[in-house]
Design a protein around this ligand. Structure first.
Ligand code: FDA
Length: 368
């Protein structure tokens, strides 16, 4: 293992793209992965012919043509378009907020009628919104807030909307067209054959050691490579010497159901406060599956405790300042490259992770 160019910690999208590109350029790479399987959070598990998104639903969407062409090298993409449905006590509404939503809510049929309804309801809030509730009402009015935002947001954050700061919601896009396509992206889809196919293509011919936690086996890998590419959590890299970064957790409850079609859509949001989960994912609909059985996953937002899977960074002031301090320590290590959602302590969509990995490769090439 000596004489490596890059020791890459983490086989998620960032580590896999970096390893692939550098190997292609004739560099010697070794990937370490602490889980038993590669792929990080885009990994799927196949059950009864259905790809189950075990770390949360993943829909690829991007406006970046280069990134789109990049992923298409490893898999073709299907025509899946994300069109989630919100379920409020049995009333169904299309998302994102659009003419279908407004028609179901108020019976309006024209954009002008819908806009007038929203304008009248927005007027309820005078002056600067003092909390998230007032902010949401000032943007879309009370009906949409109470049926589609309030309960969902309170479950996500574990706090009342009146106790959450207004800045959490800056914009609430409203569309006056009958368009249920959730993402405003030029390119969108699910890889045919699943995300594992992309990871397998990226890591083909590259040595990967799974079940190896780099931080627990530093001694063994000291000095083996010219550089270390680290995609794990930054506080963990520094043995939490300045304190711990915090995250929001998620619990997934997956169930096999003896029916062909459970909810008729991949993503159904449950927006009432009394339903404990925020969403039910029916995985087969990402790939237009026709199997006789189905798999559904209920998603429960949770407090996060150290040692649990870290899903969303909490980018508040305390955590952000702590992260900056760790980043200063990291900047002093000239053989260390950081990348990916954990090391950067940032929520990144997949396309951004690929984009930043390709940029890191370009920076490295420019240094030589
Ligand atoms: P990722 O976490 O995937 O990989 C890091 C790897 O490093 C892991 O495999 C980990 O085990 C390993 N590792 C960490 N520490 C280590 C150590 N010390 N030693 C060895 N290995 C170590 N994006 C999108 O575009 N569309 C979507 O629909 C969604 N949906 C979505 C849902 C949910 C619930 C979440 C949380 C996220 C999304 N995303 C998304 C974002 C997407 O998951 C994300 O962009 C990528 O998976 C991030 O890839 P990384 O390589 O950065 O991290």
């Amino acid at each position: 293992q000596d004489g490596l160019d890059y020791l890459i910690v983490g086989s998620g999208l960032f580590g896999a793209v970096f390893a692939h590109e550098m190997t292609k350029r004739g560099k010697k790479c070794l990937v370490l992965e602490k889980r038993e399987a590669v792929g990080g959070n885009i990994r799927c598990e196949e059950r009864d012919g259905i790809n189950v998104h075990v770390y949360g639903a993943h829909i690829f969407h991007t406006n970046n043509k280069e990134v789109w062409q990049y992923v298409n090298q490893f898999a073709d993409f299907n025509q899946y378009v994300n069109s989630p449905v919100a379920n409020f006590r049995g009333e169904l509404y299309n998302l994102p907020f659009n003419m279908n939503t407004f028609h179901a809510m108020w019976g309006v049929t024209t954009p002008a009628e819908a806009a007038a309804k929203i304008a009248a309801q927005r007027a309820e809030i005078e002056g600067e919104p003092r909390n998230l509730e007032e902010q949401a009402i000032s943007l879309v009015g009370r009906d949409i807030y109470e049926k589609l935002i309030q309960g969902y947001t309170e479950k996500q954050w574990g706090r009342k909307c009146t106790e959450l700061p207004a800045f959490i919601i800056k914009r609430l896009p409203v569309r006056y067209t009958y368009d249920n396509n959730y993402f405003n992206a030029l390119y969108q889809g699910i890889p045919i054959g699943g995300y594992n196919k992309i990871i397998a293509g990226l890591l083909e011919g590259i040595e990967v050691r799974t079940g190896v936690d780099y931080n627990a086996s530093r001694g063994e890998y000291e000095g083996v490579a010219r550089k270390v590419v680290y995609t794990g959590a930054l506080d963990e890299y520094f043995a939490y010497q300045l304190g711990r970064l915090e995250y929001r957790g998620l619990k997934f409850e997956t169930e096999r159901l003896e029916q062909e079609n459970h909810q008729g859509v991949a993503v159904m949001n449950y927006t009432a406060a009394e339903v404990p989960y925020t969403r039910i994912i029916e995985h087969k609909h990402f790939e237009f599956g026709t199997q006789p059985v189905t798999y559904v996953t209920r998603e429960y937002p949770q407090e996060w405790k150290p040692g649990e899977e870290a899903y969303y960074p909490v980018n508040d002031e305390r955590n952000q300042q702590l992260y900056e301090k760790y980043a200063e320590l990291a900047a002093k290590e000239d053989k260390l490259i950081l990348g990916g959602r954990l090391a950067m302590y940032k929520y990144y969509d997949m396309d951004k992770v690929i984009e930043t990995a390709l940029s890191a490769v370009k920076r490295e090439a420019a240094e030589e």
